[in-house]
Design a protein around this ligand. Sequence first.
Ligand SMILES: [Zn+2]
Length: 197
Amino acid sequence: MPHYCVNCGAELVPREVEGRLLEGCPNDDFVLWRDPKVATAVVVEADGGVVLGRRAIEPALGHWCLPGGFVNDDEGPLEAAVRECLEEIGAEVEVTGLIGVYHIAKREAPSMVGVGYRARVVDGGRLAPGKEMLELQVFALDDLPDLAFPSHRQILSDFVRSQASRAEAEPPPAGAGARRASRPSPARARSTQRRTR
Ligand SMILES: [Zn+2]
């Protein structure tokens, strides 16, 4: 299928750029780059679990997924993540960390760079499904449904793994059944561990 220049409308011709055979304009410097699209997905922590939505749109209508979506040209990935959460789960979130950055290969479409964040609902925030979601539900980490997209599965499983290693890093309670006035500080927790190992 022929492609055309976005500047002058001329039909593009093969052009070698940095060792790659691409299509370029015969009249100006326009090159049809095959760039990945950037998307975010957010693991939102709430009530001891994570918030998932069941999709009201294709692809994967009726399946569970993380809130998230494409990054617009005029925003950063962090802003996009917060915006998508507001649109899809109706709540303002605070991003609390990066889970990872993922390459999502596609055959029939541009590949994607997926940015997985962890977040929490801002105090007082209420969850309400946006128009792209049939319903929302908070799932416990040991009772997660299958997700619609492999990238979301990967991000959620990386999140669960990081939670597990965090829990492992926490010191055991100071005596089973003993009343704890406060959690030990991270510094104390570390030095306690060092002594006991
Ligand atoms: Zn042109």
